[in-house]
Write a protein that binds this ligand. Structure first.
Ligand code: NDP
Length: 331
């Protein structure tokens, strides 16, 4: 059974040499434990933050120890009466092909309801982030203009579709023409902007958002955030969900200061962490499942095959290699 260890704290963009794959013997579940075989493993931009030795909302990874993220696994042996062999679960687990667990913190998932990988995406933290970020901060109203960055990514693709369900004009920002086409044709966004070719982003946003921007779901931060802020309307809401454009920076770049525009527009800009809203996961999950079943929401996944491809898949997030949720299929 293979395990992936965290070897080096990356400086700038992570590389495969920051990880090490080792072979270990098969673990034995003790009394009250289960043996889990990983099937799908999530790679997420926020893991980059855990690679820094800094205080944050979540503990940093320790060198020479396994990484962890959300995993969908199969119970292959059970010494815990709450689980049976063949059950499928999702939870925060280590990057190991086989591991033992006590069972607390695991959620049962059902492949009869949705493909197992979906529990890492639309029916997992990804979908919940999009839904609850909009719900808690976005205050979407029909007719609003919603701008979503990372618009072809996991969270952004769902946030934009929820905007359409709520009757908004939705503009997505992403890094390639293929992604612009995906947002406009498959996700039903009104307009897509390729930030790599648009040139002056402030102008590109103002041309697409002729009535200004009411809500901005920000997954990337940095210069794209600056360009959106220059176009906000009175009482705009900005959801600071992610800032991937800054995750590999050694020192925080400074940009235009937001306070002037926030005051002038009496706008709200608020950080959002999905983990702070666990009590709302139940109803949010039900709503997302319902929309999925009704075909109101669609989703895409970029599935990379092979446990050993986890580091590459993770690094690929910073190169825009994914459309929709990036997931590794173990075998
Ligand atoms: P995505 O599926 O969106 O993958 C990352 C995408 O980011 C890439 O595909 C790439 O798309 C884009 N990207 C990479 N580098 C840059 C850059 N320098 N500038 C602009 N875009 C870039 O990931 P997720 O949907 O999982 O996460 C999206 C964001 O939401 C992240 O910032 C993440 O940290 C955050 N997040 C926050 C949560 C919370 O609770 N606050 C929970 C979950 C996610 P492209 O080709 O368009 O550049």
């Amino acid at each position: 059974s293979r395990t992936i260890l965290f070897k080096n704290r990356p400086q700038g963009k992570p590389s495969t040499s920051d990880f090490e794959i080792i072979q270990e013997g098969q673990p034995e579940p003790g009394e009250g434990e289960i043996l889990l075989k990983a099937l799908y493993i999530s790679v997420d931009p926020y893991l980059r933050g855990r690679m820094r030795d800094e205080e944050s909302y979540i503990e940093p990874f320790k060198l020479n120890e396994p990484l962890e993220s959300m995993v969908v696994a199969e119970v292959v042996e059970s010494k815990n009466s709450a689980f049976s062999k063949g059950d499928h679960v999702s939870g925060m687990l280590q990057w190991k092909e086989l591991q033992t667990a006590k069972g607390n913190g695991l959620n049962r998932v059902h492949k009869e309801i949705a493909p197992l990988s979906a529990y890492l995406g639309i029916l997992g933290l990804t979908g919940l982030t999009a839904y609850l970020g909009l719900e808690k901060i976005g205050d979407l109203k029909a007719g609003d203009t919603l701008v979503v960055s990372g618009g072809a990514g996991a969270v952004g693709s769902i946030a934009g579709q929820i905007g359409k369900i709520k009757g908004c004009m939705v503009v997505g920002i992403a890094g390639s023409d293929e992604k612009v086409k995906y947002m406009e044709e498959d996700l039903g966004f009104d307009k897509g902007i390729n930030y790599n070719t648009a040139g002056d982003m402030k102008k590109a946003i103002s041309e697409c958002c002729t009535d200004g921007v009411d809500v901005y779901f920000d997954n990337v931060g940095g210069e794209i955030l600056d360009a959106v802020l220059a176009n906000i309307n009175k009482d705009a809401r900005i959801i600071n969900c992610g800032a991937i454009s800054l995750y590999n920076e050694k020192e925080m770049p400074t940009g235009p200061r937001p306070e002037g525009i926030l005051i002038k527009k009496t706008a709200l800009m608020q950080g959002f962490l999905v983990r702070d809203h666990v009590k709302d996961f139940g109803p949010a999950f039900r709503q997302l499942s319902e929309w999925l079943e009704e075909g109101e929401l669609v989703y895409e996944e970029t599935i990379i095959e092979g446990f050993d491809k986890l580091p590459e898949a993770f690094i690929g997030l910073f190169e825009g290699k994914n459309i929709g949720k990036m997931v590794v299929k173990v075998q």
